[in-house]
Design a protein around this ligand. Sequence first.
Ligand code: ASP
Ligand code: MG
Length: 852
Amino acid sequence: MSSAPSQTLDEAAASPASAVLQALRPAALTRVHKFGGSSVADAARIAALAPLVDDGADIRAVVVSAMAGTTNALVAMAEQAASGQDWSADWSALRERHLATADTLDPDARHGLRDALGRDFDGLRDDLLALASATGDLAPLVAQVHGLGELVSSRLVQAALGGEAAGWQRLDARDVLVVHPGEMGVGVDWDASRERFADWRARRRPSRVVITGFVARDADGRSTTLGRNGSDYSAAIFANLFDADELLIWTDVDGVLSADPRLVPDAMVLPTMSYAEACELAYFGAKVLHPQTMAPVQSRAIPLCIRNTLNPSAPGTWILAENPAGDAELSPVKGLTIVRDMAVLELAGNGMVGVPGAAERLFAALHRAGVSVVMISQGSSEHSICCVVRAGQVDRARAAVESAFAEAIADTQTQGVSVTRDISILAAVGDGMVGIPGVAARLFAALAQARVNIRAIAQGASERNISVAIADADATRALRAAHSAFWLSPQTVSIGLIGPGQVGRELLSQMAAVLPRLRASSRVDLRLRGIANSGYMALDHFAIHPDEATTRLADMSTPSFDVDAFAAHIRAEHLPHALIVDCSGSEAVARRYPEWLAAGIHVVTPSKHAGSGGWERYVAIREAQRGGARFMYEATVGAGLPVISTLRNLLDTGDEIEAIDGMLSGTLAWLFNSFDGSRPFSALVRQARELGYTEPDPRDDLSGLDVARKLVILAREAGRELSLDDVDVENLVPEALRGVPRDEFLDRLEELDAPMQARLAAAQADGLALRHIAHLSREHGARVGVAALPPDHACRHTRLTDNLVQFTTARYASNPLVVQGPGAGPQVTAAGVFGDILAIAHSLSDGIGLHA
Ligand code: ASP
Ligand code: MG
């Protein structure tokens, strides 16, 4: 054996098949490349092929299609010629296009391209003239015309690769390829072709050759073609004749996709698939390859790769004899396709139960009528047989079946034939489905969730394909739902953020920091797909990078915020879950929660409107969560501290709440922690305001209302029907200062000092200290205000702006459970919000794709 040819390691690594072959490398590496019409569409594209075929293989064959649009033009000209119409203008235009390309590729006429093409086009003119007057079998002449595009493109490509001087020969496939038409398309006369090919090879000993795709000869030596789009097939045949190591089919997509990307934006390139899967997908109309392409490479187990001329660094899709182990883990389903324009035909009746031959009679009738049956399903009760046929054939099909069963129908043994139109077939294809029980369940669950009604089901005995018949109108929705069930993590969440204020912005930066890690380490895939403030919104079909979200929003120039459109976008059909984060603090937004939850959108917020607002809305939110969507608002109490979740855990495990006490305001905690009499209360309020601990108007804190709201939230979580009005709130702002403008209030702050100083002195006299606390219990109800506490009270042992919540319960009776820590500030608040988002994501069904 000779030494390994000069393929670089990188090139070998880029192709799994090459890596395998490295070990078993034959004496010479042979690679066949095929370029489609768009890859040779003009001089620039043709010139760009050279580096792609400069692949280090010892023997290289390049099979080419006609320049894009050429075959269509030739087909039209042949028709015009045969029917006596004028084709001369089209002929001139096509000739001009090719000559101009030749001039660009061969400016110094070194390759004599212009002359050669000129002769080819003269030949075409002669053929067209002959067509106008010919009699008898026109097919060979027509095929000769149709095939001109490949003849001329092969010359152009040969020249672009450097021509004979660079060792590139040219082969007109008609010199070696012998084929015959067959029932399933064009068949190859392998013996004859092999003999001629060997002959040609012996004479020419080619190591580099450009070959015309599409064209061939029949057994009588007459021109023919492999059928439209047949040059993939040509390439596969030549890969077989060369006994190539690899066949690379270059096109203008990155590979075979899991579904049509126009219908499923999240469709992804499949790294590998088996020949069988590729055949199955091609049959169901996924434009993978010409359906016959697989057989010639499959018989010699030649790996085939679909690559993108426009993006040559993409690895493409490898089609191999078998999927590499482990690949099925990605998804048991490889591809999903939709075939439209179908109709369901059903023959039903008691008369068919147990009667042998009914099915045979039905299909024989359809066969005689020339109707091809796309899908068959029969219930085991044998009460009905149902099949799916092309819409254009259904009338013929019905007539045929009615006449075949005329007697039975007249006898009312059968109820006759019914037809449902506007049907599509959704097919899921994949080797990995064999013997994996949950695949059908996952598909059906996804369709059920998307509210798609299934008319008929068929699973091939190979278990490589499950097909369902559905209404045309449901097709896209069904495809997207099925795609997300198989391809996305069940923990993929479409997220919308309303209100990028302090907390919202902090949340974005926390998300930016951890999302990549989350996606890699768990299946949680959070996609920020929309961001909005009161005026604008920025939406993205895929995802907005959290770091860019506020800029995206700031770049919007015309006010666009529409809360309904926003929610509809977030609740995307193609993603399994949706979640809106409301950091707006807006009452109007909070009003939407019940309807969002009812529509299956989870809601997370640090805003207290819903939790402490009107009782009716609160109940509506509780009710709406029965559908499965969750409402979480941990950050409303104690910011990031686990207050609400602790309370929930106590209740969920059957504990009983006796009392809840605590310091629920960071601002008031700081004020009273600092108030020891050494400085007047007003001075502390001023300092707190400067430190950013208070609201812009400190009365919002001093009024106690904010604390009362938090207490309402806790009380309701604990199962009490409590509203803000039921809370006994002490307002620390004296009556006289409540209605005055903010600046005046700030000027008159000293008026707070005397009464507060007196309370402090009284408390200190008893060995107590003042704290602002909230209390909830059966005996004392709900109260918020300043209290004098003994030294051993938990609230005496807090620092700075700490929040503290103390749960006295049946289990934590003598020694209450305490949650304590910093309870204010954008960072910890955002962390509380983020925690809720993750809690929801982690809880999402890992089952069969249903919403949690
Ligand atoms: N040029 C032929 C066609 O357009 C063959 C091919 O491109 O595959 O049908
Ligand atoms: Mg083509």
